[in-house]
Design a protein around this ligand. Sequence first.
Ligand code: AHM
Ligand code: MG
Length: 335
Amino acid sequence: MPPRISLTRYLVEQQRHDNRIPAQLRLLLEVVARACKSISMAVNKGALGGVLGSTETENVQGEIQKKLDVIANEVLIEANEWGGHLAAMASEEMDGIYVVPNRYPQGEYLLLFDPLDGSSNIDVNVSIGTIFSVLRKPEGPSGVTLQDFLQPGHQQVAAGYCIYGPQTTLVLTVGAGVVMFTLDREQGSFVLTQESLQIPPDTREFAINMSNMRHWAAPVRRYVDECLAGREGPRGKDFNMRWIASMVADVHRILTRGGIFMYPWDNREPDKPGKLRLMYEANPMGWIVEQAGGAASDGLGRILDIHPASLHQRVSVMLGSRHEVERLAAYHTAL
Ligand code: AHM
Ligand code: MG
């Protein structure tokens, strides 16, 4: 039997390999993984831990926070603030950036996260997850500012997510492909279970919230109409549909067997570019998908090339099997 490779060993070996992961980044990824383990335990306890249900508070997006949103946010901050690897953090659940307090040393990285994506699924016991993105703090004499975070996604140095489902699985990229680790609860460690994940370029499966159909833009409607027309339609094949309402779970399925995920702009809130957030949802997921051979577009261009103007900026998201994403993007430019 080949040796079991723990996340720690994988990261140490990556560090040795042309210093692909500098020491501070290795520590950061270990700490994030440890925080995800704690979140996984809290999620598992559910009603027994008194963690289900909502708080009385709203986040910056005006969404009522679930108790687990707040707990996961605190776990990630407390785990990461003292290690000396970070300068600041930003989260879906916090209005502004969280600068590492003066009492701790400041590191050279910036961490962004959606502490618990798919919040609407928490209480109904459906898969949810943590999404994270790591940027390098730009060099400069002054302290860390919001401006330091506003970097396009192609400047990420690490990105990943941890899905809390039937298994707890951590998926990671540092720009050298995508790797997957499964949490061994008896040992308390993440174990490497798949390397070099590849998304097939073609698919017969799409994911979109169909209840928004009447609000979609014409290119998205055309794409989905053609999928629904099946074998008799212009695509000449039948399509299957899935919608979990947790981006982590939909992306995880796509990494496993292909597919296209769409949360496009729609006419419900015409002034907003979409529902999902660029910096801690679309960018990390977009990079993971690209690193697995897929594509990520907002319909007009590559998501990773968007220059963010604000921390909680929203974006139209179409990602997954490359040929399907390219087709949908072509429908946008054709009109
Ligand atoms: P959240 O970060 O507040 O949980 O919202 C993001 C989620 C995604 O995980 C998912 O794809 C989408 O919202 C589901 O939206 P909808 O409820 O419109 O189906
Ligand atoms: Mg989210």
